[in-house]
Design a binder for this molecule. Structure first.
Ligand SMILES: N[C@@H](CCC(=O)N[C@@H](CS)C(=O)NCC(=O)O)C(=O)O
Length: 221
């Protein structure tokens, strides 16, 4: 039995999509950020900081999307991983964890634009700075994708899922006009049947309701 604990649009989408790429049968337990269910004793027993994703699999529970990705590839999807000793092992690990470098900017931008509801709580300076830092991360992927269709030269792997989720979410804060190779990669991702199946199971949007979040004008505050 595999059960994924997920909040729509959150980083748990990485695992939802990865499980679809693997062709696994699994349940999705949809949670909310707004009803305190992630702070219940039952949920904290699965994910001690009350975060998603958490994955119940074969009587074990794992949290952290990067660790879950490594574990699923090692145990069930070697074609989507690059095992120790494989030629692309180092690059695979770099991209897997670099996806969370993007994730830290996404978390900051989501907090600034969405979670902090009152204008006086927000900082346009922080919004601009975080968007610029996120754009630099995306530019690294854009440069690599000028050479091949997927992040690794040998083809699609779980790091396209990990980093793909980050880039798809980043589009809400960073314009991709100067990143054409990255934009083409996101189009290829959107055409994948497993990605489309994952989208269909994601659940109703809870976090992002706009396609793009502009930095408010300082002078208007
Ligand atoms: N590095 C962790 C981040 C997990 C995380 O912070 N998830 C967010 C959603 S994207 C969450 O559950 N937030 C709920 C909270 O902080 O209460 C991972 O990739 O699994």
């Amino acid at each position: 039995m595999i059960r994924l604990h997920h909040v729509p649009q959150a980083r748990s989408f990485r695992i939802l999509w990865l499980l679809e790429e693997m062709g696994e049968t699994f349940e999705v337990a949809i949670h909310s950020f707004f009803d305190r269910s992630l702070r219940s004793d039952d949920y904290l027993a699965l994910s001690p900081a009350g975060r998603v994703p958490a994955l119940e699999v074969d009587g074990q529970v794992l949290f952290e999307s990067g660790a879950i990705t490594e574990w699923l590839c090692e145990t069930r999807a070697p074609d989507l991983g690059r095992a120790p000793g494989a030629p692309e092992r180092a690059e695979w690990l770099e991209w897997l964890h670099f996806a969370e470098t993007a994730g830290q900017h996404l978390a900051a931008l989501t907090q600034q634009h969405i979670v902090l509801r009152e204008d006086w709580m927000r900082s346009p300076t922080v919004m601009r700075l975080e968007a610029m830092r996120l754009a630099r991360v995306l530019a690294v992927a854009d440069r690599v994708l000028q050479g091949h269709d997927w992040l690794l030269p040998s083809g699609f792997s779980a790091v396209d899922v990990a980093m793909g989720y980050s880039a798809l979410t980043a589009r809400r804060f960073v314009r991709l006009d100067d990143l054409p190779a990255l934009a083409g990669w996101l189009d290829r991702i959107a055409a994948r049947p497993a990605y489309q199946r994952a989208q269909a199971r994601d659940g109703a949007a809870q976090v992002y309701t706009r396609d793009f979040y502009e930095v408010p004008d300082d002078g208007a505050r």
